[in-house]
Ligand binder design. Structure first.
Ligand SMILES: C[S@@+](CC[C@H](N)C(=O)[O-])C[C@H]1O[C@@H](n2cnc3c(N)ncnc32)[C@H](O)[C@@H]1O
Length: 281
């Protein structure tokens, strides 16, 4: 086995969310993640960056590579929750037609040895990175402990929050110059311009019981303004022409678990997408 093969083999021992280029032709086999173009991010050079919900650190390493002065990768849930045990419990809930008790995540499924952080640590060591990991629940931590940052990345986190407005206020509190907020969003045909938020109790959205609120782009702007950001700019907005979606098997299951009625004539065709805004204090 040559050096590259040996590194790839060690890389493959981890389960990856992000696809990260570790150099020498070695790339992590990421299972998830949304990859954004260069317009998504401001200039990182010389700035301090806080990456909230960093997971394997793809965006933290990107900021570092692009010249950020200091990068903090903060996470909590994906680093400490034993996803195998939690998924077994969720599958059992689906079989019973029940909604999960989310308080079990940090009690019954919490693994203090942080198995979900091993990927980040491995990538950081291979990349000789100086990104600083911080284990903290951003929704509840003492913000004085983390301080303020020029650029704050809040990517793929908002729809996981039970209290999105409060969390955006907290993002605002730690942002000096610009917050990049990326979230699942919805475009509802015929209701363009309306500030609406969908609420999911079941797992209809990406088979994840932890996906709660999905805003229209107008609601996302309103949330950010209400949270104290003085200006909000859409970087990635709704698609031009949403397709009419038929109800998938998983959507139908989620609807039944949530006790929702079958779609009526009043329901408008909708398309989910990932929105990105830049919010400035
Ligand atoms: C869908 S992943 C997005 C990961 C990455 N930011 C990206 O865009 O590819 C959501 C991340 O947010 C983290 N997260 C969720 N709730 C959190 C909280 N209260 N505090 C810190 N991180 C949180 C999860 O652990 C997970 O790493």
């Amino acid at each position: 086995m040559d050096e590259r093969e040996e590194l790839q083999a060690r890389t493959d021992e981890h389960i990856w969310f992000h696809t990260i280029d570790l150099g020498q032709g070695v790339v992590t086999k990421g299972l998830g993640g949304h990859w954004h173009g260069p317009d998504t991010f401001p200039d990182f050079a010389g700035r301090s960056v806080l990456d909230i919900g960093a997971w394997d650190g793809y965006y933290s390493f990107l900021a570092e590579r692009q010249g950020a002065d200091r990068v903090v990768a903060l996470d909590h849930y994906a680093w400490g929750v034993d996803f195998g045990a939690r998924t077994a419990y969720w599958n059992d809930c689906i079989a019973r037609g029940a909604l999960p008790d989310h308080s079990r995540d940090l009690v019954d499924f919490w693994a203090p040895e942080l198995p979900g952080r091993r990927g980040f640590e491995f990538a950081a060591s291979v990349l000789h990175s100086k990104v600083e990991p911080v284990l903290a629940d951003f929704a509840t931590m003492d913000l004085a402990e983390i301080g303020r940052f020029d650029v704050v990345l809040y990517l793929g986190v908002l729809y996981h929050m039970k209290e999105p407005l409060t969390c955006l206020e907290r993002v605002r509190a730690v942002t000096k110059e610009i917050a990049v907020i990326e979230t699942e969003a919805v475009h509802i045909e015929g209701l363009e311009g309306s500030s609406l938020v969908q609420f999911h109790a079941g797992d209809a959205l990406r088979a994840d019981f932890g996906n709660w609120y999905v805003p229209t782009i107008e609601a996302l702007h309103s949330w950010c303004r209400a949270a104290g950001f003085s200006s909000v700019r859409t970087i990635l907005g709704p698609p031009a022409g949403p397709p009419i979606e038929s109800e998938s098997r998983r959507d139908r299951l989620g609807r039944r678990i949530s006790g929702l009625p079958r779609r009526t004539k009043l329901s408008a065709p909708s398309a989910n997408y990932r929105a990105v805004v830049h919010a400035t204090p």
